[in-house]
Design a binder for this molecule. Structure first.
Ligand code: DQA
Length: 142
């Protein structure tokens, strides 16, 4: 099975970005962990990051018929992007929302996810483990 991991804005800065909230692991290190686990689970993954909302929309649209599941850390776009929500709803590829930090334990503007209603579920607050839990969910749920 093929799983597409998408990462939104500022996640390229992981490692040095607000480490007290997001930890010290870089996105490349998280990707390496996901790849290692994916091999064990027999899943094929594609792992991407963009700071651009439109690029993320394009990737979601292109996932149709190519990927069985999308795992997305939409970062700040989680809380603002109707375009991402519509793309997820429009392509119909089962999508899992993830976050490193527990968005519900943070500022009120992070409590609202515009994409949550069109996702299969949300994994939030487990640091890099959120990515691995989503991978497990993706493989088990299909
Ligand atoms: C985040 C949480 C978002 O609120 C924030 O804008 C991010 C990262 C997380 O992984 O904890 O950029 O998605």
């Amino acid at each position: 099975m093929k799983i597409l991991f998408l990462n939104g804005p500022n996640l390229n800065l992981l490692g040095t970005r607000e480490p007290e909230k997001y930890g010290r692991m870089t996105l490349a290190e998280i990707e390496a962990k996901v790849r290692e686990r994916a091999v064990r689970l027999g899943a094929e993954i594609d792992f991407r990051q963009s700071n651009l909302e439109g690029q993320l929309v394009d990737w979601i649209q292109q996932a149709k018929d190519k990927f069985q599941v999308i795992v997305i850390n939409a970062a700040a776009y989680t809380h603002t992007s109707i375009a991402l929500r519509d793309a997820i709803a429009g392509v119909g590829v089962p999508t899992i929302e993830i976050h490193l930090s527990n968005v519900h334990a943070r500022e009120e503007f992070r409590h609202k996810s515009l994409i949550a209603p069109v996702c299969r579920g949300q994994i939030t607050g487990f640091g890099p483990l959120s990515y691995l839990l989503a991978l497990e969910a993706a493989v088990s749920g299909n």
